[in-house]
Write a new protein. Structure first.
Length: 539
């Protein structure tokens, strides 16, 4: 529990000690992948105010390329540009009870609600684009891959992101967030007049702007289902910075890549290959420096010979110099065998790192002929390895993001309020897509094996086409309501076709009977019958 009389600055300083263990590891991971992402701190470092004093240069780019590749892959999986990553699902049990009481047709009501919810889904995607969610998510995913932690704020006009250096978080033993403290460095000109720290020059006339630390303190109260926050600067509360919300609608999302029980922070993907990256950096440096030494052209001249060293040094390319070739020899390092061993080790390390980061090089083996099916299967297996990342981000990123944006749109009057107990968002990408993809692959393999064993004709006689279509649609996450005909509709159409065929057959029989049978005594044949008889006589 926190002291009500404590300040946000003191609370941030208290949480920093525990955070330093994870921050140091995040700095080490960033130093071997993207050094500018989480730079090493020093005494002159000011978050967001001053440029970094010095960023290290790496001898390899495998880590940076891998982080960019898997970050883009995760972004496309979690937030695809061509389709929504969620669906608004109706609780059909409660709808059925309501329809039984009202007496309305279930099919018509569900169809109307699906159309209305599809319209709301499109409005949600448009709102996410207006909030510039995609750039913020891409930056957050890179921090999650390298540092394992990131913080998002879903505001009414924009989405913001903070790295691990800028905030501290505390969680209870169950993993629920109890408080978050953010530290930002803000120029004095952006602060309200009541909290500005004015400084003057030696004459006391000119007022200068200072750099100030602004702390945002977010407190979670699970018993009251309430989140409260405010900002402080120089131990003064900034006017107008207070706010509150329910936990389900909280704008602050503290994200993790991999969680461990009892820990307030997460672990990163780069942390799993930190040893390989260290070894690759050291070997790459040795190879580069050895290559520079080997590339240096240096000639040795026998001091007791007749060839003059200064004459060789001054001679132009293709010039003629008096001397003996035996007196001159090119210096050679002779480390080609040792360099080849280092190069083989580098290639092995690169392959292991690429497997972790799911780059394109990792899914194609080194061979003359590699089929597309082999590449696809390997890619699916590697994608399934991210199930833990998908499950964590689905719970801490995707669902809270959709709930927050729904709340913002309802408050702004952009969409009508949705009943929470009736309509709920459901994630359709990430882990859900992996499960559907596995079902589709097993179903496809089953059809191929049985068709090869029994033959196409026997296979078609044993398979229910309607059920097969439904299962393929479910594996791709496609709603077939109103798209694929139900069994009742198929039976009704078959009955209608049989009835139409029977009526046509009876009509033809009646026409034929009327054309061939004679009319009753005293009655003249009708024109149609006479015409039919004439045609029959002509035949």
């Amino acid at each position: 529990m926190t002291d009500n009389n404590s300040t946000a600055q003191s609370r941030f300083d208290g949480l920093t000690l525990y955070r330093s263990l994870y921050l140091n590891r995040a700095v080490d991971c960033s130093a071997l992948t993207i050094p500018s992402l989480i730079p090493e701190s020093d005494q002159n470092y000011q978050t967001g105010a001053e440029p970094y004093n010095r960023l290290i240069s790496l001898y390899q780019g495998v880590g940076a390329r891998g982080v960019s590749s898997i970050s883009a892959r995760l972004l496309l999986s979690l937030y695809p540009p061509s389709q929504p990553f969620f669906r608004l699902v109706i609780d059909k049990g409660q709808i059925k009870e309501y329809l039984e009481q009202s007496g309305q047709a279930e099919k018509d009501v569900l169809s109307q609600m699906d159309v209305a919810l599809s319209d709301v889904e499109r409005q949600l995607l448009s709102k996410l684009d207006k909030l510039q969610t995609r750039p913020a998510l891409f930056e957050a995913i890179k921090h999650l891959i390298v540092g394992g932690n990131a913080l998002l704020y879903i505001g009414a006009d924009k989405v913001r992101m903070w790295g691990l250096r800028s905030y501290a978080v505390d969680r209870d033993p169950e993993g629920n967030i109890s408080e978050i403290v953010i530290k930002e460095t803000v120029s004095d000109k952006y602060l309200p007049a009541g909290v500005k720290e004015k400084t003057s020059d030696k004459t006391g006339d000119e007022v200068k702007y200072d750099v100030n630390n602004v702390y945002t303190w977010i407190k979670f109260d699970k018993t009251k289902d309430r989140v409260e926050w405010h900002q402080e600067c120089h131990e003064k509360t900034i006017p107008g910075s207070q706010g509150f919300s329910r936990i389900d609608n909280c704008p602050w999302l503290a994200l993790r890549t991999y969680s461990c029980a009892g820990e307030s922070y997460g672990h990163s993907l780069v942390e799993q290959v930190l040893g390989d990256l260290n070894s690759l950096e050291a070997l790459s440096k040795a190879i580069v420096e050895g290559s520079l030494i080997s590339a240096k052209a240096l000639f040795l001249v026998n001091p007791n010979g007749v060839t003059r060293a200064d004459a060789i040094a001054r001679a132009e390319n293709g010039g003629i110099v008096a001397g003996n070739a035996a007196d001159v020899e090119a210096l050679q390092v002779g480390k080609a065998a040792d360099m080849s061993v280092a190069l083989q080790t580098v290639q092995l390390l690169e392959r292991r790192i690429n497997l972790t980061f799911l780059t394109n090089e990792s899914v194609q083996r080194d061979a003359e002929r590699v089929t597309a099916e082999e590449i696809r299967l390997m890619a699916e297996q590697l994608e399934a390895g991210l199930a833990g990342v998908y499950s964590m981000l689905s719970e801490e990123l995707q669902l809270p993001l959709i709930k927050r944006v729904l709340y913002l749109m309802e408050q702004a009057g952009e969409i009508p309020p949705l009943p929470v107990d009736l309509v709920n968002p459901q994630i359709t990408t990430g882990l859900e897509a992996i499960g559907r993809g596995n079902d589709k692959q097993r179903l496809t393999n089953f059809l191929q094996v049985t068709t090869a064993a029994l033959g196409p004709e026997q296979m078609l006689s044993l398979i229910n086409p309607s059920e097969l279509i439904r299962r393929f649609a479910a594996s791709d996450g496609i709603d077939i309501a109103g798209l694929v005909k139900s069994d009742q509709e198929l039976q009704a159409e078959q009955s209608q076709q049989q009835r139409v065929a029977l009526e046509q057959q009876l009509a033809n029989s009646a026409i034929n009977d009327g054309a061939t049978s004679p009319p009753p005594p005293g009655q003249q044949p009708t024109p149609s019958a006479a015409a039919g008889g004439a045609q029959a006589n002509q035949g």
